[in-house]
Design a protein around this ligand. Structure first.
Ligand SMILES: Cc1cc2nc3c(=O)[nH]c(=O)nc-3n(C[C@H](O)[C@H](O)[C@H](O)COP(=O)(O)OP(=O)(O)OC[C@H]3O[C@@H](n4cnc5c(N)ncnc54)[C@H](O)[C@@H]3O)c2cc1C
Length: 452
């Protein structure tokens, strides 16, 4: 069936009409389940919609968009809430978590992921065939949200961005039409969706290519405060000359001295170097020797592992919490600047702040779509906890860090802007890409129905 606006009554549908059409749930403030449905991983910001449609199918999404259009309601989309940026007041929220289907076509080496399917589920489903999706550090983010913003993977230097592997996108646009968008059918919209896809419509599912990876050599080398300066200088020097089959990042984290912190982390300022390498373990051991030469590690978990254990490399937190975050893409970086960043965000910082430095290049520098600043060599991600701090203090600290990095800054990375950054999101794209994305928005959502 082709679901379009014609499938809803010509007169404005009522809430009862919408409830009758939808196979998922329709919730308004005060209903049981309303708060649970709008809640996600990010607890610092929350949508406050006047209607939520917990969609169970593409037809539910069409009905929700048509209802919103008829009532002049702005539409937001939420899967897991990891990337919640501008929370909307009023309006209609489409929650996609029920649309969590993943299908693998092992022969074609492709997967289909519904709008609410998590990266972790795609990893599990692809693994029996010796295949893997391109996914990031957290298995708990949705394939759709991650890929629409580009999708920086743990093997990014070898395989590029997740959006480089997309074959087709099923999308409901503002006119209520369910489209299958591909290079052949609609090249401009297809290009926009791959890296600049938040706010052009509601993705109901994606088809994407899988990569032949069944195992990986990876894990973390963790250095304590006594070796922090040496470790960060050694890491930067090390990234000068590495094969594209090795992707890595360094996290700088000052863990608070509070009882809730595990004993081995409590009150310590640590450098976590995270590595994923598809070559042999023997070659991996040889490649990491200059890092181990820095000195004794607090922990050293490098090992050969089945790909299904790759989420242990980063160990992203899974518990929902409140945070605000910014990102800086860099053309280069020196050890003095990185030390200054470590000092600003260390134990004396006004709030707990996680710094992550990603080594880019390799296949990340190539490819189409709308991913911005592909020539950047590093990405610095800043994520600060909001629990005891207001957002202004966080933004002030992030601005100080951005000042230190300014000599190399080329832009921002859209997947790592947490909280409302207003027009700063434009920094994620070069001017020609920005113009193309504005053109796609004007063509497919001229009334700005989708707020992202
Ligand atoms: C702990 C953590 C680790 C992360 N690691 C990585 C990483 O390694 N690499 C990386 O690239 N990113 C990473 N991210 C960023 C993450 O990929 C983005 O925040 C992503 O947008 C999350 O998507 P989501 O759907 O899970 O979250 P949501 O907050 O539900 O959605 C995020 C955005 O995507 C939009 N969206 C979601 N689903 C749809 C849809 N079906 N149709 C249209 N729009 C949709 C939403 O409207 C929103 O604007 C990480 C984030 C966190 C918090």
């Amino acid at each position: 069936m082709n679901f379009t606006q014609d499938t809803v009554p010509a007169a404005s549908p009522t809430l009862a009409d919408l409830t009758g059409q939808v196979t998922g749930v329709v919730l308004v403030p005060g209903d049981d389940g309303y708060d649970a449905e709008r809640s996600g991983y990010q607890t610092g910001y929350r949508h406050r919609p006047s209607v939520i449609v917990g969609a169970a199918s593409a037809a539910d999404v069409v009905a929700a968009v048509c209802y919103a259009r008829a009532h002049g309601l702005p539409v937001s989309v939420q899967s897991t809430g990891h990337g919640l940026a501008a929370a909307t007041d009023g309006g209609l929220l489409i929650s996609t978590r029920r649309m969590d289907e993943v299908r693998i076509d092992a022969e074609a080496r492709t997967a289909w992921a519904g709008a609410g399917a998590l990266c972790g589920k795609a990893i599990e489903e692809a693994a029996p065939y010796g295949l893997a999706p391109v996914h990031g550090s957290s298995p708990g983010v949705s394939v759709a949200g991650f890929t629409l913003g580009g999708g920086l993977g743990i093997l990014g230097r070898e395989f590029g961005y997740a959006s480089d592997h997309v074959r087709a996108v099923e999308l409901v646009t503002a006119d209520g039409e369910l489209r299958r968008v591909s290079e052949a059918r609609d090249p401009d919209l297809f290009r926009a969706l791959r890296g600049g896809g938040h706010g052009l419509g509601v993705v109901t599912g994606l088809e994407f290519g899988l990569v032949p990876v069944a195992r990986v050599y990876g894990g973390q080398l963790v250095f304590g405060a006594d070796l922090l300066d040496e470790a960060l200088a050694a890491y930067l020097a090390w990234t000068e000359d590495l094969p594209a089959t090795l992707t890595s990042s360094m996290g700088l984290i000052a863990y608070p001295d509070v009882p809730a912190m595990p004993g081995h982390l409590r009150g310590r300022h640590l450098a976590h170097i995270r590595i994923a390498y598809t070559g042999t373990a023997e070659d991996g051991e040889r490649l990491v020797a200059p890092l181990r030469a820095v000195g004794p590690r607090v922990t050293d978990t490098l090992r050969d592992m089945p790909y299904t254990e790759s989420q242990t490399i980063h160990q992203d937190p899974t518990t929902p919490h409140a945070y605000d975050g910014d990102s800086v893409l860099l053309s280069g970086l020196d050890a003095d600047a990185l030390r200054a960043v470590a000092a600003l965000t260390g134990p004396d910082a006004p709030m707990m702040t996680v710094v992550q430095l990603n080594h880019l290049g390799g296949a990340l520098a190539e490819g189409g779509g709308s991913v911005g600043h592909r020539d950047a060599r590093y990405l610095v991600r800043l994520l600060s906890l909001l629990d005891d701090t207001d957002v202004a203090a966080v933004r002030a600290l992030h601005a100080e860090v951005r000042g230190v990095l300014a000599p190399w800054a080329v832009g921002r990375s859209v997947n790592f802007l947490f909280g409302d950054h207003g027009d700063a999101v434009a920094d994620a794209y070069e001017e020609p890409v920005r113009r193309r994305l504005a053109g796609a928005k004007a063509a497919y959502d001229p009334e700005n129905v989708f707020r992202a």
